[in-house]
Design a protein around this ligand. Sequence first.
Ligand code: ADP
Length: 501
Amino acid sequence: MTLRSRLATGLILIAIILVGPLVFAIQSLHRLQDDARALRDNDFAASLLLGRLREGLNDLRRGELALLFSKDKASRDTLDDELGQVGRLADSLSHFQLPAYGREIAESVRQIAAAAPSEYRAALANQPKLADSISANVFVPALNHADSTVILAEDALSIRTGHRVSDQAANISNTARLSAGALLLALIIAAGIAILLTRSISEPIRNLQSGMRAVADGDLGYHLRLSESRSDEFGQLARSFQEMTRQLSELDKLKAEFVSVASHELKTPINVMIGYLQLLDEGVYGPLTDQQKEVHKTLGIQANTLSRLVKQLLDVSRFEAGSGRVEPRRIHLDALLEELESSFHVLALQRGVKFSVERQEGLPEDVYWDPDRINEVVGNLLSNAFKFTPRGGSVTLRFEPADEGASVRIEVSDTGAGIPPEQVRHVFEKFFQADNQSAAQAGGTGLGLAIAKQIVEAHGGTISCDSSVGVGTTFAITLPVRVARRSSGQRLTTVAAAERT
Ligand code: ADP
């Protein structure tokens, strides 16, 4: 699924999930509205009907009195009408689920209606006693019974309405609770989808970001966790990334091979020049004038700088072209220390610098490092220390155990010129030279520390620098006691390329 369709699907899902509770709430409101309408149509209408029935019964009572007093036809007709009306009202009660009461009232009305003609006749015939007796024995009791039935029906109706209203109230609060619960659930699901969606996008981006950073730092062998076989845009990016690193590695290999071949080719003419300069110095071609000696000296310095630069370029390119490979072997630590001490002893005497070698307790007898490479690194740090330390100063080489015996820490410290604080972090960059060259006893190329860092890292170790201007500089290397055969992982070229040089 492409990124765009994944985003669209995710957003539509979230929208549907959020709309769900809304639809549910609207439906519930509709149901409540229907129920309220039913309540109004039923119970409210029933209550009105009962009211009218009560009125009708009262009218009957008044109509009977009127007939008994006025004894005329008009009163009789009115009473008849009222009887008919009350009878119809009583029949209507059956429509409002109150049929029993309706029947009772209708029965009373029927009794009244049956007795009414006799009562009319007695009243119209001026037989008040007979009329009164019919009224007292039939009319009034039936009317009273109808009245009390209406009251009973009203009570029943009010109880029924009360139940329905409390049912409605319970329904409303249930609906509110369900709607809130559904909304909460929808929010949780929507948040889950949003998190999954974000993660499915941010994780590959983070992975690509680390890949880009690694490439920017020179690690062309970085492997993305992102699968190249993905069908979305990230799959395309992963494929482009791998293609880019492959081409960069190829380019890097070509560059390293070119530098390696070029510096190798430069070595011969430089050595010839230095050889002839030596012969001139030895007077093989006759004595030199003072002016010629000056020129010879300058040429000598420049030729030596050139030779050192070519040697270091060759070192870097060989190391890079050889995948930064190290060949660890067993080294007797004491032998390494002695070799370094004797190598720099003479230089220390020549420069008038005190040189001390310190070996702390707890060091292993043997370590597994690439001896030539480590000699090169420590030799370079010591050369720098002597180069930047004035006569009368001191240089110390210290070996001590680190990481509870799992590593060895090598420190080279001097009391020399020091490095300006803002430049310390750049000293391991290729061709970087700090603003302290005036204090140097000899020229340099700015490559030594870059090579040293590569070698130390290829051993799985670290190198750091601490320096104060006018006080001195300390370089510290930490190397694991046992280094497995490995490469720095920064360059991916064959050893054969290095060996060809
Ligand atoms: P080079 O010594 O050939 O210039 P390096 O890579 O060995 O190149 O060192 C880079 C720079 O770091 C040096 O030019 C110097 O400015 C600074 N530096 C290295 N070691 C020391 C030291 N012990 N004291 C002062 N500066 C140093």
